[in-house]
Write a new protein. Structure first.
Length: 372
């Protein structure tokens, strides 16, 4: 057994689910309980959908399926016939991915739960990362198009506006400056979207995660987190993380910035933000294209005591253009998910009023990495 089944607290026996998932199929596997909730997934399923169980399990799995879904039929048949059933060429649309074809199998587990296994057709594979999900694929193409078609004209508009400002009457100068400012704002948005078009793998080297987090904390403390209570709970025994320093700073600065803004949103002056690190034994994730599979036991949590993520956004929070901010572009968390996936890691979150926690799992550096 090379994978590790993810299970939710309160679900069926974890050992039984783990054995069933990997004894019945090495393919992407999910366990749906008698209430229609997704209670366990294996590593292949997380890799296919580019999300951890914490995100995949939000809401009722059955309720999210469209009427007449072949997957619902499979689940029902497995329970009614009390036997393993199969169906070939099932059209599947789940968790934000575009429809794809797979062979499906469902097997009852004896307690009302059903093991659902997908045999994915060639072309999808099980190394699909978060950056290849439907929304991110669209934004990659859009970012490339915008970079090519818009940035050059923007430079011309900005230059012309500056010339107009230099020769404008005093009452007209603010209008010329407005053109300059708005052009700069559009350019910044294009550059953020352009980041999605970078398909190169990160430059991975052994890094001290606490040095990265200390830098992020210092930047936040002198900026968006000013006035908040900042706490750290670090595990000093952690081994080096295998990562790209600039990208990891970007990931955690974005998460800390969001957490700080949420804590400020309390409006009572009691906002708090906590950064924790820990080692989680046995955690494994999908392999990044072109790299060997690694464990990802290094865990970083960013926790705030803000109002929480609105329920209607939780299932789509890492998709582009999804935001809780009035003037937000909705690209920050989508880019964070892409960068974490590029490191061979996982990101998920839990949220309720008064507590939101984002968790990032990253691979550690081996002795060979350190010697290299």
């Amino acid at each position: 057994m090379t994978g590790k089944t993810r299970t939710r607290a309160g679900g069926p026996d974890a050992d039984a689910l783990k054995a069933a998932a990997f004894e019945l199929s090495p393919d992407p596997s999910m366990v749906v309980d008698s209430e229609g909730a997704l209670v366990a997934v294996n590593e292949a399923a997380e890799a296919l959908f580019g999300q951890g169980l914490g995100l995949l399990a939000r809401g009722r799995f059955r309720a999210a399926l469209p009427p007449g879904s072949a997957l619902v039929s499979l689940l029902n048949r497995a329970i009614e016939e009390d036997a393993r059933v199969r169906e070939r060429g099932v059209q599947i649309s789940l968790f934000g991915l575009p429809p794809f074809e797979a062979d499906g199998a469902a097997a009852p587990l004896g307690d009302g739960s059903v093991l659902l296994t997908l045999s994915v057709k060639a072309g999808l594979g099980t190394e699909r990362g978060t950056a290849e999900a439907a929304g991110l694929r669209s934004i990659v193409g859009l970012g490339r198009m915008l970079a090519h078609e818009i940035k050059n004209p923007l430079a011309g508009i900005r230059g012309a506006a500056q010339l107009l400002k230099a020769g404008a009457k005093a009452e007209d100068a603010p209008l010329a400056q407005l053109i300059v400012d708005e052009t700069d704002r559009v350019r910044r948005l294009v550059e953020r979207m352009e980041a999605f078009s970078d398909d190169h793998l990160p430059s991975l080297t052994p890094l001290n995660i606490h040095q990265i987090l200390d830098r992020v904390r210092a930047l936040a403390a002198n900026g968006v987190a000013d006035g908040l209570v900042l706490r750290e709970q670090y595990d000093p025994s952690l081994p080096p993380v295998l990562g790209d320093e600039d990208q990891l700073i970007q990931v955690f600065l974005n998460l800390v910035k969001n957490a700080a803004e949420a804590a400020h949103a309390r409006g009572d002056g009691r906002g708090e933000l906590c950064i924790t690190t820990a080692y989680r034994h046995g955690v494994r994730v999908r392999a990044v294209k072109g790299q060997p599979a690694r464990g990802a036991p290094l865990e970083v949590r960013i926790i705030d005591n803000g109002p929480g993520v609105p329920p209607h956004l939780r299932e789509h929070l890492f998709q582009p253009f999804v935001t809780t901010k009035a003037n937000g572009a909705g690209l920050g968390l989508a880019l964070v998910a892409k960068l974490v996936a590029g490191h061979g890691g996982l990101i998920d979150f839990e949220s309720e009023p008064g507590r939101t926690m984002f968790r990032v799992l990253l691979p550690i550096a081996t002795e060979e990495d350190v010697r290299a």
